[in-house]
Write a protein that binds this ligand. Structure first.
Ligand SMILES: Cc1cc2nc3c(=O)[nH]c(=O)nc-3n(C[C@H](O)[C@H](O)[C@H](O)COP(=O)(O)O)c2cc1C
Length: 207
């Protein structure tokens, strides 16, 4: 129909279809991934893109926040807006789901991710489904997932049970998102779908 404008008056059916289309657009589930690596060829970012693509195939609108490419100074409690903090907080606040990814640094998550965490609290994460993903140079990522889980629970996020840890990341996944191991790719794609499923079930505010 190309909208309701035109020389001929639209039929009632056309009008209903048009407004239904509009309301479907505005109620699409939105999923945001946040990458806590500053490396241009980050494996974390590559894996998050795979998860986001799966979320998009499940019907969500998606966006990636690459913390290596935004202006976000070290959090200062005496300051209000710092760099792009207000814009980034608004993206998280409006998202239905977040996929949080960080490299393992010293057995925990990166300072870059922690800095982002300090900006966003329960106002941003309440009733938000959150999926977790970590990449490790070595073999251990359990502690990092644990630290992410507990700190996201602290800001009232609904952390989903499915999570992804990628060991030996530099050989497990390329910067273009190609996985060496199909089962790990499947697990990463599943994370995207699971966050969409949970995000769709959560209320916007207190039921
Ligand atoms: C400062 C620093 C600390 C790291 N600490 C660990 C560690 O404790 N355990 C580990 O397995 N890998 C560690 N690594 C390796 C990274 O986890 C690994 O290279 C990861 O895949 C990097 O993610 P990226 O490609 O997204 O930047 C460390 C890397 C850096 C730079």
């Amino acid at each position: 129909m190309g909208g309701v404008a035109g020389g001929v008056a639209p039929t009632l059916i056309q009008l209903v279809a048009f407004f239904r289309g509009l309301s479907e657009e505005s109620t699409m589930t939105s999923i945001v991934a946040v990458s806590g690596s500053r490396r241009a060829d980050s494996t974390t970012k590559a894996a998050l893109r795979v998860a986001l693509d799966a979320a998009a195939r499940a019907g969500a609108e998606t966006e990636l926040i690459d913390l290596g490419a935004v202006d976000l100074p070290l959090y200062h409690p005496d300051e209000d807006e710092q760099g792009e903090s207000d814009r980034l907080k608004a993206i998280v606040r409006e998202a239905d789901g977040v996929i949080a990814g960080s490299p393992v640094y010293r057995g925990s998550y990166s300072s870059t991710f922690k800095n982002f965490h300090d900006f966003c609290g329960s106002e941003e994460y309440e009733y938000t489904a959150v999926g977790l993903l970590t990449t490790a140079g070595g073999g251990s990522y359990g502690g990092t997932l644990e630290h992410l889980r507990s700190t996201f629970r602290n800001v009232h996020a609904w952390v989903v049970p499915h999570e992804v840890g990628i060991r030996g990341a530099s050989s497990a996944i390329a910067a273009d998102g190609t996985f060496r191991d199909d089962s790990l790719r499947d697990r990463t794609e599943r994370l995207g779908r699971v966050v969409v499923e949970h995000a769709e079930r959560l209320p916007e505010t207190d039921p």
